[in-house]
Design a binder for this molecule. Structure first.
Ligand SMILES: Cc1cc2nc3c(=O)[nH]c(=O)nc-3n(C[C@H](O)[C@H](O)[C@H](O)COP(=O)(O)OP(=O)(O)OC[C@H]3O[C@@H](n4cnc5c(N)ncnc54)[C@H](O)[C@@H]3O)c2cc1C
Length: 246
């Protein structure tokens, strides 16, 4: 098992990519021999001699979407028009990259008696998919509630995978919510609107007591944290992963 502080540099190869939601892609890389991580941790991907670059450089941090039990490493990202992402989008399969990591301590607490409440906006789902798939694989007894907010279903990466995990794992509860459902081409029968105290209270047995995990763009993480503090959640029970760069 990797410790939470050890990082090292590895060589890896891109071996597939796929569109997983509107403007959003997943990339799979080979898992280097000896690479171990805990669900929720992140890596730096370093492009080697890319055909183009910009002032942000050739390195970006990504949470691992794949679970530790998976044979490969997957990341997912919103495909903004930056040099790094154009290179990733157009790279030939087999392209070699350097991976640095794993990093971070954004991992599920060990005491299964305490519920975990995961709050994700959009691409912030990445560390949580790893956590819930690993917890399901390990048959941990944690009660896990995932509140997952997107503008429309077509913007929501891995929604179908999460629904399937919820069918497999009776301890995992998925509460997906859409904030701009009127602009969707499909129909939506679940929650609508932003994740707020009322929505949490409707689905959680109790607001105080669980450990809360927040992931996504910094402004969203800050807004969710404020909402939890206003709802009298103890600040010590809130853990965050900010995707700086959004
Ligand atoms: C621990 C950690 C985990 C992360 N996990 C993930 C993850 O799982 N998935 C993921 O996608 N990202 C993740 N990120 C963020 C990721 O590292 C990148 O910063 C992010 O994807 C943006 O990269 P970029 O190439 O699109 O923009 P960059 O080139 O890095 O842009 C940097 C700056 O330019 C601005 N900018 C660039 N393009 C635009 C645009 N189109 N609109 C508005 N502003 C723009 C940004 O505001 C930012 O200030 C994570 C970050 C951290 C620290």
């Amino acid at each position: 098992m990797a410790t939470l502080t050890s990082t090292s540099v590895h060589t890896s190869n891109l071996f597939s990519r796929e569109a997983i939601a509107e403007g959003t892609m997943a990339f799979r890389f080979t898992k280097p021999a000896g690479f171990e991580f805990r669900a929720g941790q992140s890596i730096d991907i370093i492009l080697l001699n890319p055909p183009e670059t910009d002032e942000e450089g050739n390195t970006r941090a990504f949470s691992l979407v794949s679970a530790p039990f998976d044979p490969d490493l997957m990341i997912a990202t919103r495909m903004r028009d930056t040099a790094f992402k154009r290179v990733l989008r157009d790279a030939p399969v087999g392209m070699q990259v350097k991976l640095e990591g794993p990093s971070g301590s954004f991992v599920l607490h060990r005491k299964a008696e305490k519920a975990a409440v995961l709050l994700a906006g959009g691409i912030g789902i990445t560390p949580f998919l790893s956590m819930v798939r690993q917890a399901t694989n390990d048959k941990t007894q944690h009660k896990i509630y995932l509140f997952y907010s997107n503008r429309r279903p077509e913007d929501a990466p891995f929604l179908d995978v999460l629904k399937e995990v919820a069918r497999q794992n009776p301890n995992f509860h998925l509460i997906a919510t859409m904030t701009q459902v009127a602009q969707s081409k499909g129909e939506w029968k679940g929650e609508t609107g932003l994740i707020n105290e009322e929505m949490l209270a409707k689905h959680l047995p109790t607001l105080q007591g669980p450990i809360y995990y927040l992931a996504g763009p910094p402004a969203m993480v800050a807004a969710l944290r404020r909402m939890l503090i206003n709802a009298k959640v103890d600040a010590d029970d809130i853990r965050t992963e900010e995707f700086s760069g959004y």
